[in-house]
Design a protein around this ligand. Structure first.
Ligand SMILES: [Zn+2]
Ligand SMILES: [Zn+2]
Length: 419
């Protein structure tokens, strides 16, 4: 449940929608208050980026200098649009967490989502072997929540996803689509978002964004999980992003963050059944397969990256829509294969030596097939749920959990005797 001590991310500095790189000056004569924008490189649906001029004559005079920037920006924005759409779909379809609070700040923009570690054993659907992959939004999210809130929920606590889970999609979509314009690899950067807790004051949240540096010299931040803070767009010029939203984490703390990420990945191999880790590993597998399929689809279309990226707007949008539906089908196929054919990703009861109950996830196919025969039914669970009603709540819960564990172990033993 939500604790009163939870930091509530309010008070972020955030850009007004009209803010374009913090400046509104003419690109050519640098006079403030420029109101015309270069239509070729402006982006408003996934970012707030554009090049401003005070007049048509300034635009014409400035074109020689602007054209390289304009071309590279246009290409980057297209690549980012494809990548962000596919990433959003991927996150939505492999959504696997129970969130039970959605809250906005007084401006209705900053969003806070609380996620209980795990519901009590009795409320955990996993006893019956239900899959951890559930289509978004789970039953806990009201149907009328708008898309930005849904995305914020998806991106809550998932900024590191782009480093481990999303890596194959970065490699297959983002990098090739902006290959010629980038000066270096697409680099994850750890930054500190400044947030204000109503109890503890100013604090920093570690946040990972992708850093892109173009041959034109321009630098951009692709912020895939900023929606958890109520920031609706995904791409900003780097300077603007840093100035308004974040501080770079020192290289020492970045090293520390990278070490802890490496350790957590190492730990995930040691404890492969943990729900969060198992989910992440299974999603990594799906991302890898989807990336391969997208790669293959590019090859079979015999579309070069150059011609794909230089289409007219309408036909580009059409192709992006095709790519998204292709990716969606692939993701759903992979999830189906994993959960239905291979039995992976189902919650089950795990007992440690002391007899305490843990919730775990199936990652082993042989075990999954054995487990299929012994998962408890909803009736099993409901009959236990009704017991111990006269006892104090906490004691009743403990007794119910023990009964469930006992029943589960009986089933497992029955099952073992079948082999
Ligand atoms: Zn001007
Ligand atoms: Zn332009």
């Amino acid at each position: 449940m939500e604790s009163e001590d939870d930091p509530v991310p309010t008070g972020h500095k955030r850009l007004p929608d009209s803010c374009v790189d913090g400046e509104r000056a003419c690109e050519n004569c640098h006079e403030p208050g420029a109101s015309m924008v270069c239509a070729n490189c402006k982006v408003t649906d996934i970012g707030n980026i554009c090049t401003r001029y005070c007049s048509r004559s300034c635009q014409q005079q400035g074109w020689e200098r602007h054209k390289k920037t304009c071309h590279d920006r246009r290409r980057l924005i297209r690549a980012a649009r494809v990548f962000v759409s596919i990433w959003d779909h991927f996150q939505a379809l492999t959504y696997d967490r129970n969130y039970n609070f959605v809250r906005s700040d007084e401006n209705g923009r900053v969003i806070h989502i609380a996620c209980p570690d795990l519901p009590s054993a009795l409320d955990c659907a996993g006893w019956t072997g239900e899959t951890i992959f559930r289509p978004f939004p789970g039953s806990v999210v009201p149907a009328d929540v708008d898309n930005d809130v849904k995305r914020a929920i998806l991106h809550r606590h998932t900024c590191s996803d782009i480093v481990d889970v999303g890596r194959p999609l970065v490699d297959v979509i983002l990098k090739p689509l902006c290959a010629r314009i980038l000066t270096a690899n697409v680099e994850p950067k750890n930054i500190a978002m400044t947030t204000v807790s109503k109890h503890t004051g100013l604090m920093s949240d570690s946040h990972i964004v992708l850093y892109l540096e173009l041959a034109s010299g321009e630098r951009f931040a692709l912020d895939l999980s900023g929606r958890q803070y109520g920031w609706q767009k995904s791409i900003y010029t780097w300077d603007c992003f840093i100035r308004h939203r974040a501080q770079l984490v020192s290289s020492a703390s970045l090293d520390a963050a990278n070490r802890s990420l490496a350790q957590s990945m190492e730990a995930s191999r040691l404890a492969p059944t943990d729900i969060g880790r198992a989910s992440r590993d299974l999603r990594c597998e799906i991302a890898q397969q989807v990336a391969e399929s997208i790669n293959a689809s590019f090859r079979t279309r015999q579309t070069s990256v150059r011609s794909f990226m230089s289409q007219l707007d309408d036909s580009f949008s059409g192709q992006v829509a095709d790519l998204i539906s292709h990716a969606t089908v692939k993701i759903q196929e992979r999830i189906h294969d994993m959960t239905v054919n291979r039995g992976l990703g189902r919650w089950y009861i795990d007992m440690d030596i002391s007899g305490s109950v843990k919730n775990s996830v199936l990652r082993d196919e042989e075990l999954a097939h054995r487990m299929k025969r012994v998962f408890l039914t909803k009736d099993d669970i409901n009959s236990i749920r009704l017991k111990y009603g006269d006892e104090p709540h906490e004691i009743a819960e403990q007794k119910r959990a023990a009964d469930l564990a006992r029943l589960w172990n009986e089933r497992v033993r029955e099952c073992d005797s079948l082999f």
